[in-house]
Write a protein that binds this ligand. Structure first.
Ligand code: 3HC
Length: 388
């Protein structure tokens, strides 16, 4: 198996700089590549910022770690000595395919090309290359240094060896919250495991957000409806991940899974107005002074959210993941959700009363006219219970 020493990270946005930071901490030689010097400079500042936090705790010396970093504005020359490439650019298939093509034409034959896509087909990206066996998915969760999960995804032609290299590299990247959890994704289907599990909640959320818009209810009142906010309330999390990421993701699911995933009015307007959340300083909340800390005790509730429905939607989608053979059992789905989002997966909580959730889901699907949300065969039958 290839001994990976040189890693190239393409795109130094939120995800790319997190990936570069942990790769540097693992002592790889890392080259970051982007299209403008200002993006590179911003990326370097974020990486240094992360390392300095650790230096302040006596865990490393920033200058030593940074000595493993190179930068480039020219992809073709940057990958000349690469053993392993991770692309983390915008979620647009044509852009990713162009990058895969350039990497294939210029990187050494042994080099594995991985995509950090949140949703998109690795198999399709690999068609832009003459090394489909060496193309895989390597999907991180934001913030990369703190979230334990990496999903390593097999495209239709990925070799076992490339998957093993992807898993080995993932395991070697430090995480500040414990050991990395690597979920092997067995089928290259939109959204893989964790994003797919949570994706159809957007059909319900878009319905709720657009209802708020129609009725003039402030969006934070929707957030106030959630009794248990988890590590971040849903709209703070949406801002944190980026409204553009949700927008592109929902459009991709609309093309590949069901039209019902199309972004609603609220998300579309925010995307068009550039209110992308944390990265632009304004989304559902104001981020100009750092992470918003809404005081929900002082915000009136919208009274629209039914938490059981969110759980039922996720249980149903988890069953589809099992039906489609994307993961081998529900425990992996729950564990991956915990490692990627610091939030409990649906099965452990929902399995006991699953018949209730089947009924609730059927009723909401009827109410909002959704075919996609109707309970699938595996969920209705309860046969998933034994697929641990
Ligand atoms: N380098 C070094 N240290 C860092 C760091 C970095 N880059 N970032 C944070 N830290 C340190 C901080 O200094 C802090 O140290 P301390 O405990 O000694 O003070 C510690 O890590 C914790 O940092 P924060 O105080 O910022 O973290 P919080 O405790 O507030 O938790 C959170 C933040 C982990 C983001 C938490 O709110 C959370 O789990 N939220 C959910 C996030 C989530 O769901 N992510 C997944 C999104 S979906 C996704 O990414 C998929 C994609 O496809 C879209």
């Amino acid at each position: 198996m290839v001994d990976v020493k040189n890693i190239v990270v393409i795109g130094v946005g939120l995800m790319g700089n997190g990936i570069a930071q942990v790769a540097l901490m693992a002592k790889y030689n890392v080259t970051i590549v982007d299209v403008k010097q200002e993006f590179i400079d911003k990326g370097i500042a974020s990486i240094e910022g992360g390392l300095k936090r650790l230096e302040a705790k006596g865990k490393l010396v920033t200058a030593d770690v940074m000595s493993g970093l190179k930068t480039s504005l020219d992809l073709a020359s940057a990958v000349k000595d690469a053993d392993y490439i991770v692309e983390a650019v915008v979620e647009k298939m044509d852009v990713k395919k162009n990058i895969f093509k350039t990497c294939d034409e210029n990187a050494p034959p042994h080099c594995v090309i991985a995509s950090n896509t949140s949703t998109m087909s690795i198999t399709e990206m690999a068609t832009a290359t003459n090394r489909a066996d060496k193309c895989i998915g390597m999907h991180f969760f934001n913030p990369v240094p703190l979230m334990r999960l990496v999903e390593v995804i097999a495209g239709e032609k990925s070799s076992e060896e490339s998957m093993e290299i992807g898993i080995k590299v993932s395991e070697s990247l430090p995480c500040l919250r414990g050991d990395r959890y690597i979920a092997k994704v067995l089928k290259d289907k939109p959204g893989f495991i964790v994003n797919r599990l949570n994706a159809p909640v957007s059909i319900y959320s878009n319905y709720l957000l657009d209802t708020c818009l129609e009725k003039g209810i402030p969006f934070e009142s929707l957030d106030a409806d959630y009794e248990s906010k988890g590590p971040m309330s849903p709209l703070v999390l949406a801002d944190y991940v980026g409204i553009d990421t949700s927008y592109h993701g929902q459009n991709y699911y609309a093309e590949t899974l069901s039209e019902e995933f199309s972004p609603g009015k609220v998300i579309t307007n925010m995307y068009k107005e550039g209110k992308l959340g944390r990265k632009t300083g304004q989304g559902f909340y104001d981020w100009s002074k750092g992470r918003p800390q809404p005081d929900f005790s002082k915000i009136s509730k919208a009274g629209l959210v039914d938490l059981d429905i969110r759980l039922a939607i996720r249980l149903n989608e988890g069953c589809r993941i099992l039906e489609e053979g994307i993961a081998s059992g529900w425990k992996i789905i729950d564990d991956a959700n915990m490692a990627g989002m610091n939030a409990a997966g649906p099965f452990e909580r929902g399995i006991e009363n699953y018949e209730n959730y089947v009924k609730k889901l059927g009723a909401i699907a009827e109410k909002i006219g959704s075919t996609y949300l109707k309970p699938c065969e595996l969920f209705r039958s309860g046969k998933f219970v034994d697929m641990k």
